[in-house]
Design a protein around this ligand. Structure first.
Ligand code: ZN
Length: 455
């Protein structure tokens, strides 16, 4: 059974987090691609349902939404020379390797990242792809094919780098493109693939990489293009103090002032990391409605700092979560990312303000808002039937009491079932139509060859 026909009742779950405060202890009913009913505790659905699934072993959450990633980086995880480097030396060590990416590498890397995400309960993922070396000009097209094959949702961003070392940027010259090429390809991809409807599986956003790898001209022109095409904008911002120094030295501005100067301070924008903001900047981001993707694991891995997620959220900034990487995480596990965010934010704000429900809210409704989506992220009638179902049968959960808290506190790392738009994509902890051992073999070989080319 991979699709739901004429109504499916996921009956009496062990626990359910709907995200909108409704107690749906009796479960939910899915019909076609959508959720049609939440059932109160002890209740029976009023909508027709030809099938009933006994969910009494399952904790149900909305499908998790990942707001920041670089799928291609699954090929360079735990690479010895940069295992203990911080962001700038980490990037400088890796740029030369990444410059050798081929379409086949990117296809395999995208498949691996999405497969990992799906297995961890993620149903929608954003990817930030900004490398288009010779031969990989159609990288996003390659990714669209993989997303469609796996039946997940994705916001694929047309990233870019245009400020090479020669002109004072961080990346080597062979990894950057000129403004005309970037803008023309951005426009091409939006017109070819961007789906504006509810239930969209593929959306395109525009994503110059960062202040230290993109010219001011490309930042400004991309914002204007995104406005005219009505698509979202994404970039890395305020990730490290090195970046803050770079902005001050090159532009004479702090990061948010720079963002505003190039026309990006708006609710069209979501920012990866957003760590080093002062009080005034948090207020300005909130007033503008710009969103932040909090990438807790990556921020710890690269020792970048602790984002002010609670203050950002309370200022009106939609806060979502991102696994980032995978070479700066180095996994693509979304439910583990929720646990990391919960704990990292507790270090800053104390335990009482950062509850499991709040962290799950970041990974679902918050992330959906960051991607500009109103059709996913919450379990309620009319929303897409995207959901993750976890069992608590493993040793690590034995003796736990609050099932929802146990998901995070006991360290769930794999979903038992995952549904995207009414279709099961994971059943019994396995992807429904992907040969994982074969994928690992091909992807590992591809990773070896990529490093060999760079040597
Ligand atoms: Zn990133």
């Amino acid at each position: 059974m991979t699709t739901t026909a004429a109504g499916l009742w996921l009956k009496d779950p062990l626990a359910i987090y709907t995200g909108d405060g409704t107690d749906a202890g009796g479960g939910i009913v899915v019909d076609g691609a959508e959720i049609v009913e939440l059932v109160p505790p002890g209740g029976v659905p009023s909508s027709p349902h030809a099938e009933v699934f006994d969910a009494s072993r399952h904790v149900i959450t909305p499908g998790l939404v990942n707001t920041h990633h670089h799928f291609y980086q699954t090929l360079t995880r735990a690479w010895t020379p940069v295992v203990s480097a911080e962001l700038f030396p980490w990037l400088k060590g890796l740029y030369g390797v990444w410059a050798g990416l081929t379409p086949r590498d990117l296809e395999l890397a995208t498949t691996v990242a999405l497969a990992e995400l799906l297995l961890s309960g993620c149903t929608t993922a954003a990817d930030h792809h900004y490398l288009f070396p010779s031969g990989l000009e159609e990288g996003i097209d390659v990714q669209v094919d993989v997303v469609r094959r796996l039946g997940m949702r994705a916001t694929l961003t047309r990233g870019s780098m245009s400020l090479g070392e020669r002109d004072g940027g961080l990346p080597p010259q062979q990894t950057v493109q000129d403004a005309d090429t970037i803008l023309a390809d951005s426009e091409r991809l939006v017109s070819a693939y961007h789906d504006r409807r509810d239930g969209a599986f593929v959306q395109i956003a525009l994503a110059p990489c960062s202040p230290f790898s993109v010219t001011t001209e490309v930042m400004r022109d991309t914002a204007a293009l995104a406005k005219s095409l009505d698509v979202r904008l994404h970039t890395h911002l305020a990730e490290t103090l090195d970046e803050e120094d770079f902005c001050r030295e090159r532009f004479g501005l702090r990061t948010v002032d720079y963002l505003e100067s190039v026309g990006w301070l708006s609710d069209r924008t979501w920012l990866a990391h957003g760590i080093h903001f002062d009080d005034d900047e948090i207020a300005r981001l909130g007033a503008a409605g710009a969103a932040v993707s909090h990438c807790a694991t990556s921020n710890m891995r690269l020792a970048s700092g602790i984002a002010r997620a609670v203050e950002l959220e309370e200022a009106g900034v939609p806060v979502g979560l991102g696994v980032d990487g995978s070479a700066s995480n180095d996994g693509s596990n979304m439910i583990q990312e929720v646990r990391q965010a919960l704990y990292l934010q507790r270090l800053r704000y104390g335990a009482a303000r950062v509850t499991p429900e709040r962290a799950l809210g970041w990974a679902t409704a918050g992330s959906a808002a960051a991607l500009g989506r109103t059709d996913i992220g919450v379990l309620s009638p009319g929303r897409q039937a995207d959901l993750a179902m976890f069992t608590l049968d493993e040793l690590r959960f034995s003796g736990s009491h609050d099932p929802l808290a146990a998901l995070l506190l006991c360290g769930a790392d794999r979903a038992d079932r995952v549904m995207v738009g009414g279709r099961w994509r994971v059943t019994d902890g396995q992807l429904v139509d992907l040969d994982v051992p074969q994928l690992i073999a091909h992807h590992s070989e591809s990773a070896r060859r990529l490093l060999a080319r760079a040597a």
